[in-house]
Design a protein around this ligand. Structure first.
Ligand code: KG4
Ligand code: ZN
Length: 347
């Protein structure tokens, strides 16, 4: 029997909705995936302005959902459930998507599925590689998070192994770009400039070294860039971008390698906006060769999208982990991430 889930994502600055069809975890088909971006609103501020993000979600949500349904060739009444990101994220942004999803579920009399955004990023891989062997190590690299997770024996069992102590990898790209006078989001800008640069031109620090450390830290790198710019006001932007990017990529790869060694896991899934970075994709594959198999979602499923929320929804739907009737009212949003994992402890 085929089921259909509408996935809705509004936790940050993308309003996205997607429809997937499936009968089990290995045959998920994306029927539509529609995203309205907000870069033009936030780029001049060098980062996301939460109030502006919520207002734009409010304008975009209904047209984006309608478009996703139309593109899927289905009707609202064909939906089996709706999954929506309820945490973590910007509170105003989350509330728009969650209230839209609750209302639709109530009026269609179908269940709601509450989704953790970070788990959704990792679950995006199910859209393309459903047969991945578990347990797997999950590296989430986005604008708000940089964390290592263990996905144990099912796609609903995630446990945090380590987080960043300060900035996220995407945040490092974004703040670095701001120091270089480049618009938000900084990751794609820096990686474009880096294409013609020498990654070893400038020596930037790799924080928290050592073979047993799996925590991340990027704020020192940002200070280093700022100090470099103070001493070199007219830098070679390509070399600088390539060297800055290399420091972020090296840290991500080294910590992942350490985590593989410490846990003995043989599969790695890398997800989140920074997973779209070509240098990270190349270097992760090369450095983990013979140690672990590495999976990246294709580019369109790396940055925030409704299809990954729908994919995470499929897992919970099949486990009957959903909410309906008056309980819909009590579905809450949780803007903050779960309690931080204990200092680099491997669970
Ligand atoms: O996952 P995402 O779309 O949103 C969050 O959940 O945060 O990630 C956005 C982040 C931004 O910080 C952006 O600069 C970064 O992903 N990003 C990249 C690339 N594309 C997006 N960073 C490095 N290289 C890229 N190609
Ligand atoms: Zn994200």
């Amino acid at each position: 029997m085929a089921f259909r889930i509408l996935g809705i994502e509004t936790s940050c600055d993308e309003t996205s909705a997607a429809v997937v069809q499936f009968s089990n975890l290995s045959d998920i088909k994306v029927l539509s995936d529609v995203t309205a971006r907000q870069e033009e609103i936030h780029e001049r501020f060098g980062g996301i302005v939460p109030e502006l993000a919520s207002r734009r979600h409010l304008e975009s949500l209904l047209p984006v959902v309608r478009h996703a349904i139309e593109k899927s060739g289905l009707k609202y009444s064909d939906l089996s459930a709706i999954s929506v990101t309820t945490k973590p994220g910007l509170i105003g942004s989350l509330l728009i998507g969650v209230n839209g999803a609750k209302t639709l579920c109530y009026s269609l009399n179908i269940p709601l599925i509450s989704i953790n955004h970070l788990e959704a990023h990792l679950s995006a891989i199910l859209l393309e590689e459903p047969a991945i062997e578990l347990p797997a190590l999950g590296l989430i690299v986005s604008g708000g998070h940089t964390s290592l997770y263990k996905i144990s024996d099912s796609w609903s069992k995630f446990s945090a192994l380590a987080h960043t102590r300060d900035d996220a990898a995407g945040e490092a790209f974004d703040k670095g770009a701001r120091l270089l006078g480049l618009p938000y989001p900084g990751g794609p800008q820096i990686s474009k400039l880096a294409e013609d640069g020498n990654p070893s031109a400038i020596e930037f620090p790799r924080s928290l070294p050592g073979k047993t450390n799996i925590e991340f830290s990027f704020s020192g790198l940002k200070t280093s860039l700022s100090n470099y710019l103070a001493k070199n006001p007219e830098p070679n932007l390509s070399d600088l971008s390539a060297s800055f990017q290399e420091a972020i990529v090296d840290s991500l790869v080294e910590k992942t390698k350490n985590a593989i060694q410490l846990t003995g896991m043989k599969t790695v899934v890398v997800a989140g906006g920074v997973a779209a970075n070509n240098r990270l994709r190349e270097k992760m594959e090369a450095r983990l060769k013979g140690k672990a198999k590495v999976f990246f979602p294709s580019m369109q499923f790396c940055t925030d999208n409704g299809a990954m929320v729908a994919a995470a929804g499929v897992v919970k739907f099949l486990e009957k982990d959903f909410i309906s009737g008056p309980d819909l009212f009590h579905t809450e949003v949780a803007p903050k991430t779960e309690a931080r994992a204990r200092k680099g402890k491997v669970l």
